[in-house]
Design a protein around this ligand. Structure first.
Ligand code: NOJ
Length: 807
């Protein structure tokens, strides 16, 4: 045995001895038999809230108190009595280089596939220069990388495998903006759990999701990755996804570590240009951009990612006020703060750091624990510590957070628990997972228009023309960030329609034009095909690569010559349905005025085609609602429903009011809007009291009746307005919603409870308060179609701690 190997083994024995001495029998890295993890029944995703016996054995206890009295789920709290001694003992064994290795995230080289690990990766892992890998997955691949870490590095500390599992791993669900349109957090939580189940079976323990950035600008391509423009909806969805990914026990092999990103105000990028500066006031930050992060943290998010933006002059990767001060201090959060890709290095281009030494110092001192891909910590921090420019205690705190996450994930007990070929096979892209994807896809579809009841179509219609460049684009069905998703797994719209029609219905297909570009040569053929048909389905919009990171657009209409195609086909006089595929609100006023039926179907994932067919043929009555305002023109941007009133609210009759001279000030479609094949009637909303004190709660009750002839879902929405306050307040703010299913003729009474938390805002001194006075409650089917009722808050101005969304 070489001297080196001898050293490795004696160090490894020390690591084992430390663990044994504190009673963690079987926790020693490398001791657990490979593949020993429990294999559940195929497709048996554990229900949200369930925890495994393995987790229980590890003694992760019930929860700890946050400063404001809320309880943090076990997954992130630090009260396991055995964890801290273990973390301390490991830390005591580590050199400064090994510590910084734990704070370094790299991507394994392409050569490291299957059972092979490249020489470079092997050398880095052995030397303890990497604590986590980005983008490596697959049971075999992760097992071998892990084996090198566990058996060949000095301390045998297991690796973390991180990946962007955003809306599914292999079973791809609707993109997050579409998921939000479902207004169904339970369904979204189920989808996240399935994504976690598949990712965990494929070796991944850490996802960079949910993306909880509020976006008020559809030019920004990353609007597709979040839940839209509203902080309340965004908060509900953020919490649902964290619960879905993490469950209640991170050591469960059906759950993974979630990351709320991109902290914070990344979605406020000026001009809708990705990576751009954000300029938002402290009040807007606290009331619009921070709430979804707070909700994610409350739900137990084990990790948060810094944004690429600079906010009020301070890049987020160096923003100690918001990371150490607010996130860790004010909110009491103790998870891993991970940089975005080369975000630490980018402090140099932001021009707040003259070189990589000061970039490292700024980032680590601000509270950025893990350096993703820039390698700056690795190269700079050991020297900074030895020269006493950086306190080793700061490094130790960051390392502790990483080691705790590894412990909570159960990796010390069995480092191979997530790399199980059996689970990978049994739990990936199962029929059960696809069924959930189809249901969520159906729920995410928003019916924008249905003049003259063109929809639903008959399956025995005769001849159906399917026109447009996106009808058989399987890659676009998946949308951006599709993890391990494959286009061949996806059912396209054309295929979905083909499978649904009766045998004697003929489907004619014409592409018409390319997605982008100026080619119009296929339009004549499309018109010829349309003329032969009894009805036409036109599938138009953006291909997947037109939304997402660095996919910003200055024009947000239909790309290329698709509008020309739409006009030519519409002119045939045939009944036309437009199915829109897109990742951002598209400004399409011509379609809204001329095409009788429009279906917003986003990118719906592997079950896209079936879900669209379900809606077009009436097997499913669409009930999704817009999570974002759709403008008439890009010039209206930013446009959002919860705007301020202004001193001169827009008015048709008064010229000197806040509006345009060339187009209406109103949106094409408002936030919360979505039609149905049935009709719903709202009764008069009733209040449990018309006067309350800040400590009271108030119940709003409204009767909703399905007054049409089909079963259907309605999203009942509750908005609140403070009628007069010490600072300007939004014209209305969403404070509750409920998706309900109603049979024809059925009436359901829906209750919402309003508490001081729903009425509070930051006053001139930035105190979170409720002020006495009158409030208006709006209840209805969308943000612009509501019935109202009023109540009064009595008493004094009262401070209100932020207890999060009431859901
Ligand atoms: C950059 C993106 O901004 C971030 O969202 C993602 O998680 C990382 N790249 C890693 O892929």
């Amino acid at each position: 045995m070489t001297a080196w190997l001898h050293g490795v083994f004696s160090a490894h024995r020390r690591w084992i001895a430390v663990i044994a001495s504190i009673g963690l029998v079987g926790l020693a890295a490398g001791c657990a038999p490979a593949g020993s993890a429990v294999v559940p029944e195929p497709g048996a995703a554990m229900p949200a809230g369930a925890s495994s016996a393995e987790g229980a054995r590890e003694g992760i206890s019930a929860g700890s108190a946050l400063p404001n009295g809320a309880t943090r789920p076990a997954a992130i709290q630090g009260v396991d009595p055995r964890m801290e001694p273990l973390v301390d003992s490991v830390l005591a064994l580590m050199t400064i280089e090994e510590k910084v290795g734990q704070l370094t995230q790299s991507s394994a080289s392409e050569v490291s596939t299957g059972p092979r690990v490249s020489a470079a990766d092997r050398a880095d892992i052995r030397a303890g220069k990497v604590g986590s890998f980005l983008g490596s997955y697959g049971a075999e691949r992760t097992r071998e990388l892990q084996r090198v870490a566990v058996e060949e590095s000095r301390l045998g500390i297991p690796l973390l495998f991180a990946h962007d599992v955003i809306h599914g791993f292999r079973t791809i669900f609707p993109v997050p903006l579409a998921e939000a349109a479902s207004f169904d957090p339970d369904a979204v939580e189920r989808a996240a759990r399935i994504a976690a189940t598949e990712a965990a079976a494929n070796g991944v323990q850490w996802t960079f999701a949910p993306m909880v950035d509020i976006a008020r600008d559809p030019r920004w391509g990353r609007i597709v990755e979040g839940s839209g423009e509203d902080p309340y909806l965004g908060s509900v969805m953020a919490a649902a996804k964290v619960r879905g990914f993490q469950g209640t026990d991170l050591a469960d092999t059906l759950t993974i570590l979630a990351t709320a990103k991109h902290f914070v105000a990344y979605g406020a990028a000026e001009g809708g240009r990705d990576y751009n500066t954000a300029e938002v006031s402290e009040r807007t930050l606290r009331e619009i951009y921070l709430p979804p992060f707070h909700a994610a943290v409350r739900a137990g998010a084990g990790s948060v990612m810094a944004g690429f933006d600079d906010l009020d002059g301070v890049p987020m990767h160096s923003n100690e006020r918001l990371i150490d001060g607010l996130l860790r201090g004010e909110w009491g959060w103790d998870g891993i703060l991970v940089s975005d890709y080369t975000g630490v290095m980018e402090l140099i281009k932001h021009r707040v750091a003259a070189d990589s030494t000061s970039a490292a110092l700024l980032a680590i001192n601000a509270g950025v624990d893990v350096d993703m891909m820039s390698g700056i910590y690795l190269h700079e921090i050991p020297r900074l510590v030895s020269e006493h420019q950086l306190s080793e205690a700061v490094v130790d705190s960051a390392v502790r957070r990483v080691l705790r996450a590894k412990y909570r994930l159960g990796l010390y007990r069995d480092p191979y628990r997530y790399s199980s070929a059996a689970r990978e096979k049994a739990l990936t892209l199962t029929p059960a997972h696809r069924a959930v994807a189809r249901q969520l896809a159906r729920e995410s579809i928003v019916l924008l228009r249905n003049e003259g009841h063109v929809l639903p179509l008959r399956k025995d219609i005769g001849v159906l023309a399917v026109i447009g460049p996106l009808a058989d684009d399987s890659a676009s069905a998946l949308g951006s960030w599709s993890a391990a998703g494959r286009p061949e797994d996806a059912v396209t719209v054309a295929d979905g329609l083909r499978r649904a029609v009766t045998p004697d219905t003929r489907i004619l297909r014409a592409r018409g034009t390319s997605i982008d570009g100026s080619d119009t040569s296929g339009i004549a053929e499309a018109v010829r095909v349309a003329r032969q048909a009894d009805a036409v389905v036109m599938v138009l919009g953006e291909e997947r690569d037109m939304s997402g990171e660095a996919r910003d657009r200055a024009f947000i209409g239909l790309p290329g010559e698709q509008l020309r195609l739409a006009k030519a086909v519409q002119a045939t006089g045939k009944p036309v349905v437009v199915v829109l595929i897109n990742g951002r609100p598209l400004a399409t006023p011509w379609l809204a005025e001329h095409v009788p039926a429009i279906v917003e179907s986003w990118y719906l994932g592997v079950e896209m085609g079936g879900a669209v067919a379900d809606v077009l043929f009436g097997d499913y009555n669409p009930g999704g609602k817009l999570p974002v305002t759709v403008p008439r023109a890009v010039g209206q941007v930013p446009i959002y429903y919860n705007h301020k009133s202004t001193g001169r609210p827009p008015s048709q009759s008064d010229r000197y009011t806040s509006k345009y001279i060339d187009i209406p000030w109103t949106p094409l479609y408002p936030f919360g809007y979505g039609a149905s094949y049935t009709t719903f009637e709202y009764g008069e909303p009733r209040l449990s009291a018309t006067e309350i004190r800040p400590s009271d709660s108030l119940v709003v009750t409204v009767g909703v009746t399905n007054s049409g002839s089909r079963e259907g879902d309605e999203v009942v929405q509750l908005y609140v307005r403070d009628d007069a306050a010490s600072v300007t307040r939004p014209v209305k703010e969403l404070r509750g919603f409920r998706r309900i299913a109603l049979q024809p003729g059925e009436t359901r009474m829906v209750n919402f409870t309003i508490t001081a938390n729903d009425l509070a805002f930051h006053d001139r001194a930035m105190r979170r308060v409720v002020e006495p006075g009158t409030f208006t409650v709006y209840v209805g089917t969308s943000s612009d179609s509501t019935r109202e009722v009023h109540f009064r808050v009595l008493g004094d101005v009262t401070a209100v701690p932020d207890t999060g969304t009431s859901r």
